[in-house]
Every structure is written in C-alpha cells, then in structure tokens.
Design a protein around this ligand. Structure first.
Ligand code: COA
Length: 254
C-alpha cells in the first residue's frame, strides 16, 4: 500500500508513514500493513532493526478520526491492536525519526521504540481526554513512569503538547536535530545497530524490558477495553463530529 512504504536494506526495515495529505493519520489498513511488516521483520533472520519515519513536516496525526467514527476496532485481532502488541513485543531494536506533530498513537508508539531522534519542530501530544477517550498503547503506565506523575498528568489529563527539547529532557527522545536531518540520523544509528550481533541485541533488549513486559501487555489490554467502550460514548462522538465539521467540541452537557 502507498500510505505505508516498507523498504528493506542491509538488515534495516524502514516503515514510512506516507499519507501526508491527511497528516499521516493512520487507518485500519495502515495499522494492518505495519503489523504485517513488523511480524515479517521479526521472523526474518536477515532483519536486525526496524525504523519508523514520517515526513519532515509531520510524523502522524494519530488514528484516522473517520475510522474512529465509522470503523471502530471491535476485536482483539483488530489491526490497531495487532500493531500495538507488535511494537510492544518486538524483540529487535526499533528506531524512530519524528518531525512535526506526533499526536495520539504518533507519540504513544514511541514509548516502545528503543531510540528516538526528533526534528526540532517535533510536537508530541496525547489528547485522548480532549477526544472523550483514555490513553492507549500502555501509555497510562509508561508515560508516568518516564515523565513523573505530574508531567504525565499535564500530558494525559490536560492533553498539553510538549516540544522536542522537553521530550529529550524527560528521556523520550535521544537527540534533537534539524528536521531535514532526522531521517538520516535515524538511518545512521540503525545501520550501526545492524552491524552488531543480532543475538546480543535481542538478549540485551529482552533483559532491559523483562521486568515490565507482562505488565505493559496487561495495561494495553485494560486500556483497549476502556478505549473501545469510550469510542461509542457521546463525548467521543461529539469530539469526532466536531473535528470533521471543523468546529470546537461542546462537552458542556457531558
Ligand atoms: N484523522 C483524519 N484526518 C485527519 C486527521 C486525523 N487524525 N488529522 C488531520 N486530518 C486531515 C484533516 O481533516 C485535513 O483534511 P482535509 O484537507 O480533507 O480537510 C488534513 O488532514 C489536514 O489537516 P489540518 O488539520 O488542516 O492540518 P493542520 O496542519 O492545521 O493541523 C494537526 C495538523 C495534526 C495538528 C491537526 O490535523 C490535528 O490536530 N489532527 C487531529 C489529531 C487528533 O486528534 N488525532 C487523534 C489522536 S487519538
């Protein structure tokens, strides 16, 4: 599919979000394509690293809001959940290059990446509450853990965006670079990883993550139940309809 480009070169699989006219918002088909790409990369012994990247003006506007209205994920096998479990359990290194807005899953997926390089225009946000929803991708566990509770509350309760430098300060981003260089820096770091022994990469990542990998999967499951219910409730319907109608949502009666 052209909305997701998957390229393999010298042990590095690069997954590019390529729906720039819709701000790289992610449809069910795109989640399916990325989930399949991750599964193939996991099973292919020649692949050592996966890189996610977007465009230098936009990483991702998060889930496609039309899909939230018309194609809600309803089973555990829904493409979005396959994708989230795929990144949360991916055994090999994941690298991301992020420029411009990274909204919703555009930010939460980064908590599952091992290295993140951001353009100085990167703006991270998790406005789930503003959409009548709750966090996903394990972010209700991972964001407070990484940022501390009070900064997490600003990000998750107020839905306030934070920029690349702030993301680096809390440890979500490894390095801030000019947007024109972010993809190249991520590729260069991925090539360094790809030159290392795969078994050592996998074992080191497993050991770093093992303390909480089961807890993360449990949290993703619990969030998915709440998120799935809230997608069908009036607050979310109002938020999505308002976005489509290009007006401010009115939550005064909810
Ligand atoms: N789902 C579906 N379409 C989206 C989208 C989304 N999440 N985000 C943007 N788009 C579409 C817009 O509807 C618009 O389409 P149109 O040209 O047919 O009208 C196009 O992408 C450009 O978006 P626009 O809002 O005009 O761009 P912008 O540069 O002013 O703002 C964002 C960029 C990312 C800040 C803004 O689009 C935004 O906030 N998007 C919604 C983010 C969101 O709430 N995501 C869900 C997270 S759970």
């Amino acid at each position: 599919m052209t909305d997701i480009l998957i390229d393999t070169s010298n042990g590095v699989v690069t997954i590019t979000l390529n729906r720039v006219d819709k701000k790289n918002s992610i449809t069910a088909d795109m989640y399916a394509c990325m989930a399949d790409g991750l599964a193939a990369a996991k099973d292919n012994a020649a692949v050592r690293v996966v890189v996610f990247q977007g465009h230098e003006t936009i990483f991702s506007a998060g889930n496609d809001i039309g899909d939230f209205l018309n194609a809600k994920p309803s089973t555990e096998d829904a493409p979005v959940f396959r994708f989230l479990r795929g990144i949360a359990t991916f055994p090999k290194p994941l690298v991301a290059a992020v420029c411009g807005p990274a909204v919703g899953v555009g930010t939460t997926m980064l908590f599952h990446c091992d290295l993140v390089y951001a353009g100085d225009n990167a703006a991270f946000s998790m406005p789930f509450v503003n959409l009548g929803l709750c966090p996903e991708a394990g972010s209700s566990l991972l964001v407070p853990q990484m940022m501390g509770y009070h900064r997490a509350a600003e990000a998750l309760l107020l839905g306030e965006p934070f920029m690349a430098e702030a993301a680096m300060e809390v440890g979500l981003v490894n390095r801030v670079v000019p947007p024109t260089e972010a993809n190249a820096v991520a590729q260069s770091q991925a090539r360094k990883l790809a030159a290392k022994p795969l078994s050592s990469l996998i074992e080191t990542k497993r050991l770093m993550k093992k303390g909480q990998s089961a807890q993360v999967l449990t949290q993703i499951g619990e969030e998915a139940v709440s998120f799935g219910r809230m997608l069908r409730e009036p607050a979310a319907r109002e938020a999505f309809t308002a976005f489509m109608d290009k007006r401010r949502p009115d939550f005064s009666k909810m």
